[in-house]
Design a protein around this ligand. Structure first.
Ligand SMILES: Cc1cc2nc3c(=O)[nH]c(=O)nc-3n(C[C@H](O)[C@H](O)[C@H](O)COP(=O)(O)O)c2cc1C
Length: 189
């Protein structure tokens, strides 16, 4: 199986990066093909809202990593998104990727909407400083999960697992934590 692992954090040693590493190690045990993309390492122009992607079925901006991301998304079997919660949402550069991938996710012809990525699966993980149960408050981590879910389901991708890793300033990334993340991934790998 082909996995696309998106790390949405600008911090190379933050919670999302540590979790991405654990996920990669678990997937490697099962010999999956893994493509890793870090939102903040990619050169992506912001969507300009021209909607020319509707008739042309591709983003008409000059080729950049936004196109690369869209191609990877269309080729993968499972997409795993690990992003910090920023203001109750995914990080800005992670959202930029999805805004550039509109025609990859859905095709609109008049009143007909075609979900382009049916059959694919997704896992969404968000890291936040709010502890349980506060991350369930409005505009906290739970809202970030929903924002990503909205985009993926628009494309027909089935979200099979979501997780909020709260209190990131205080949690220990110890053996127990690694086991918890590995177990979650193992279930779907
Ligand atoms: C711009 C910004 C906005 C943030 N907004 C939230 C928020 O809405 N809720 C929250 O619990 N934490 C928020 N945080 C804290 C981060 O989610 C937290 O530090 C997380 O661990 C960052 O992920 P990382 O360690 O993978 O980089 C915010 C941090 C930044 C820099």
């Amino acid at each position: 199986m082909h996995y696309l692992l998106i790390n949405g954090s600008p911090r190379k040693n933050g919670a999302s990066s540590k979790i991405s590493k654990i996920i990669k190690e678990e997937l490697n045990k099962h010999n999956h093909i893994i493509t890793e993309m870090n939102s903040y390492d990619l050169h992506v122009k912001a969507c300009i809202g021209c909607l020319q992607c509707r008739p042309y079925k591709t983003c008409v901006l000059p080729e950049d990593d936004g196109h690369k991301f869209a191609r990877e998304l269309s080729m993968t079997d499972v997409v795993i998104i690990v992003t910090p919660t920023y203001w109750g949402n995914m990080t800005a550069k992670t959202r930029m990727l999805f805004e550039r991938a509109v025609p990859t996710l859905e095709y609109i012809d008049g009143l007909k909407i075609k979900k382009m990525l049916k059959g694919k699966k997704a896992i969404i993980i968000t890291c936040c400083s709010a502890p349980f149960p506060f991350y369930y408050l409005k505009n906290q981590a739970n809202t970030a999960i929903h924002a990503i879910k909205n985009i993926l389901t628009a494309g027909g991708i089935k979200v099979v697992k979501t997780a909020i890793i709260g209190n990131t300033n205080n949690i220990e990334f110890n053996a127990k934590f690694i086991q918890k993340i590995s177990k979650m991934i193992k279930k779907i790998a």
